[in-house]
Structures are given as structure tokens and as C-alpha cells.
Design a protein. Structure first.
Length: 91
């Protein structure tokens, strides 16, 4: 058995510095889309599964450490894999 999904979501981003002369923190929200597929092998009351999901965050978010000028970009793409068990009645 297989099923798929398409999602629209929001992520809460919280960045905080520690160990600096002056520490800053910031919160923001980002919009994203995701899609995935799950394969399951149902038995009487349990269904082992594996899943593969991909998510995209279209906006480019950059982080800068003030004082030393170090910069980084937050990832715009995520690939996730999962394995687990679903419990219930499967037919």
C-alpha cells in the first residue's frame, strides 16, 4: 500500500547567539511547501512503513554574525526519510 501527500506549511525560525560580548536573538516565520510518499505493508493490526519527504522553503534567509562578518544561509531544501509502525485495523 502506498500513499502520498502535498503540504503547505509555516515554520517558526528562532536564532540566538551565545558567548558573544552582546548576544542577540531573533524570531521569524517562513512559508514552505512539501510533498512525500509512504510505502506500508499492512498486516492484521500493524503496518510497518517507510516514507520519503521533500520540503522547499522558497525565501532565502541569511544569518550574519555582527562583529566578525560571518554569514550563512538557511537551507532552502530538506529531504527527510522515516521508518515506523502504524497500529490499527488494516484491510
Amino acid at each position: 500500500m502506498e500513499d502520498g501527500h502535498v503540504d503547505v506549511g509555516l515554520a517558526l525560525i528562532r536564532l540566538a547567539g551565545t558567548g558573544f560580548r552582546q548576544n542577540y536573538s531573533r524570531m521569524d516565520v517562513d512559508f514552505g511547501v512539501a510533498a512525500g510518499i509512504r510505502w506500508a505493508w499492512p498486516r492484521a493490526h500493524v503496518a510497518p512503513f517507510v516514507a520519503l519527504d521533500a520540503a522547499s522553503w522558497p525565501s532565502q534567509r541569511e544569518v550574519t554574525a555582527q562583529g566578525n562578518g560571518a554569514e550563512a544561509r538557511l537551507p532552502q531544501f530538506e529531504l527527510r526519510a522515516a521508518a515506523g509502525l502504524s497500529f490499527g485495523r488494516f484491510r
